[in-house]
Design a protein around this ligand. Structure first.
Ligand code: HEM
Ligand SMILES: [Ca+2]
Length: 638
């Protein structure tokens, strides 16, 4: 072939067609992955079908409804209870119990598993710790806010102190697995503390539906739908509404400087929610999620979203004066839910999982095509381990930062649990928002901070030594019968380890040496322990097994949600103008709309660097224009 012929060959029409074909294939592959990701979502999960057969009442759906139900029913019209509150979790793998039903699993050689607290002190607690330069605490806090949208597994607290119950002749079943403290514990031994109270989680039996093996229930709507703001039942939602102009009930008062109105979640009697009652504190908020008061950062985001709802409702009324309270409330709720989804998928997940990976997996930048075969329920592997891995980002302290960017004070997160009083004082809401924006996050690493590893809930318990969140997470995994680490590796396409040394592909040598001492075999290592030790994947914050389980869940919450904000062809799907507005909104818009902060970085999850970052004016860069929601005609009039 002469050069001319070669040139001609490569430029002739066949070749151009070939190039088009290759181009189409390249474009098509990612969307194929979107339907069939690495962990094949339809292949593995099992849910106790008996629950659906025996214990779910008949649900009648209105398929033309524009709005979600509060409990999540009727999202999937073929199986209306999928993703609903008070339905079981998915299990990606079968329950692992020594009796196949409910008793904690044992090691392969028949001995008990190593103590959860011992695992923490030997493997994790004394690791050096460091902060991220790149991301701030708002990123961590967003994670918890989302966790409360999709997961709630309640401990059975009908016995208050399970440690005290150990002395009873017949130990109540929910107290049978307290966290025993080793005699040489570096902290608790000093206080003569030998037991951390642990209440096993409620099962379907507590919902009059006893099943085998133990079946655990998600008590909130499992879709990302803002249920932490609105509630997961009709009764709860009604209790939070003002029934005036679409707004939520709130407590308002004049700010310290008497220049603006401060708005907060309404208050309840301290004893009714999980607020701490022993001190003189007086504030206890009510919101769509019972954990609203759990820590200051979470109570802060709940406050901002209450304010954001009322801000949007007020603006919608302004442009559609004839809208009733019901329309204003429902349309606002849809916008708030859409914004929460948008921030989660377009801003949060790309940081946690990696931008390329989320794109590849269909979690980022793609249009959502709803698939009614995808079960949107929360998996136990996700809720009890993989998403909790990000507990390692929680800081020990929170900074309050004033207008002059000075830090008037700092608090230990663990000193203010279930006690949101501080938010109510002075300009603390604004100061804490600034604190979360300006403080670097704790870096993803193989440990939790020493305060939540030792002093969790210290003021909410009879003794001031507190609890250990990492031990609780490990123990909770055993409580719900999570599969072992090695098995989860395997469903994620990572080679199953035949010996401890095979773990060296993902886990550092020093940690593998300690695992060898703690566990009898590699097939005994807890999921939470193995995944917390994994070194993060390039470009992502988490290790490969965690990334696999997180992606599986966020894929379900998106493609299995008929009301996902960009799904087309459903009653009330958004117009392209409305979608454009939703996609412009980030957490910065919400902060600007709900606080007295006037300047923000464009990317609010990134740490601010004095010399290299720019702050942008709220009025110019974070405005929300709702004119795409303007209706020109009154409904019912032609
Ligand atoms: C801000 C400080 C936080 C504190 C003090 C905290 C504390 C807790 C506690 C006490 C539990 C219940 C443990 C049990 O009894 O089993 C829990 C559960 C959980 N946490 Fe956190 N957490 C925080 C932040 C986060 C973050 C940043 C994430 C994820 C990004 C997260 C994800 C979860 C998940 C998924 C659950 C299980 C929810 C359920 O199914 O009930 N948390 N957390
Ligand atoms: Ca929800």
């Amino acid at each position: 072939m002469t050069f001319k012929q070669i040139y001609h060959f490569y430029t002739n029409t066949y070749y151009i067609h070939l190039k088009i074909l290759i181009f189409v294939l390249i474009c098509y592959i990612p969307s194929t992955f979107a339907q069939s990701p690495f962990l094949h979502v339809d292949e593995y999960p099992s849910v106790n079908e008996d629950f659906f057969r025996r214990c779910i009442p008949v649900i009648v759906c209105n398929s033309s409804s524009k709005y979600r139900t509060f409990n999540g029913t009727c999202n999937n019209l073929k199986t209306p209870s999928w993703g609903a509150s008070e339905t079981p979790h998915l299990r990606l793998l079968n329950a692992d119990y020594s009796d196949g039903i409910y008793q904690f699993r044992q090691q392969s050689n028949g001995t008990p598993l190593p103590k959860a607290r011992k695992i923490n002190t030997e493997l994790f607690l004394h690791n050096q710790w460091h902060d991220y330069d790149e991301f701030n605490l708002l990123l961590m806090q967003w994670g918890q806010f989302i966790a409360h949208d999709i997961a709630l597994l309640r401990p059975d607290n009908s016995v208050e102190n399970c440690c005290a119950a150990q002395k009873l002749l017949a130990i109540p079943p929910q107290c049978q697995e307290v966290i025993n403290v080793p005699i040489d514990d570096p902290l608790y031994t000093k206080y003569k503390k030998s037991c951390i109270s642990f209440n096993r989680a409620v099962t379907s039996a507590n919902f009059s539906c006893p099943l085998i093996p133990a079946t655990f229930m998600v008590e909130v709507s499992q879709y990302i739908d803002g249920s932490q703001v609105y509630g997961s039942s009709d009764v709860m939602a009604a209790g939070l509404r003002s029934f005036i102009n679409g707004k939520l009930r709130s407590d308002t008062f004049l700010s310290n400087q008497k220049t603006y109105i401060e708005e907060f979640c309404p208050q309840v009697n301290r004893k009714t929610l999980q607020c701490e009652t022993s001190t003189n504190s007086r504030v206890c908020f009510q919101a769509g999620d019972v954990r609203v008061n759990q820590n200051l950062g979470n109570a802060l985001l709940q406050t901002l979203f209450l304010r954001f709802h009322n801000y949007i409702a007020t603006n919608l009324l302004y442009i559609n004066q004839f809208w009733t309270d019901e329309i204003l409330y429902q349309e606002t709720r849809r916008i708030v839910g859409a914004v929460i989804q948008h921030i989660t998928y377009d801003h949060y997940l790309p940081i946690i999982l990696g931008e390329t990976y989320t794109q590849y997996y269909g979690l980022f930048t793609q249009q959502t095509i709803y698939n009614d075969k995808i079960n949107p329920s929360t998996s136990l592997e996700f809720a009890v381990s993989s998403f909790r891995i990000l507990h390692n980002l929680i800081p020990a302290q929170l900074n309050f930062i004033d207008k002059m960017y000075k830090i008037p004070f700092q608090v230990n997160l663990t000193d203010w649990m279930n006690r949101p009083d501080l938010l109510y004082m002075g300009q603390n809401v604004d100061w804490l928002v600034r604190g979360l924006l300006e403080t670097p996050s704790r870096e993803y690493q193989a440990s939790y901070n020493p305060l939540i590893s030792n002093y969790l809930f210290r003021f909410n318990l009879p003794d001031i030594t507190g609890q250990d969140l990492l031990s609780i997470d490990i123990q909770r995994g055993r409580d719900v019968g999570l599969p072992i680490y090695n098995q989860v590796r395997s469903i994620c396409g990572i080679p199953q380890a035949k010996s401890f040394d095979d773990l060296l592909d993902l886990i550092p040598t020093k940690a593998v040496q300690i695992l060898k001492k703690l566990y009898a075999t590699v097939n005994d290592v807890d999921l939470h322990v193995g995944t917390l030790l994994e070194v993060p994947e390039e470009g992502s914050m988490v290790g490969p097994t965690t990334r696999c389980i997180l992606s599986d869940s966020f894929f379900r919450y998106r493609y299995g949600d008929r009301f996902f904000y960009d799904v087309q062809g459903q009653p009330g799907s958004y117009t392209s103008e409305q979608l454009k507005i939703i996609k412009q909104i980030n957490l910065g818009h919400i902060i600007c709309a709900t606080t007295q902060l006037h300047f923000l970085p464009l990317d609010v999850f990134k740490s601010f660097h004095e010399f290299s970052s720019i702050k942008w004016n709220c009025d110019e860069h974070f405005k929300i224009d709702l004119k795409a929601w303007r209706i020109f005609k009154k409904p019912g009039k032609s």
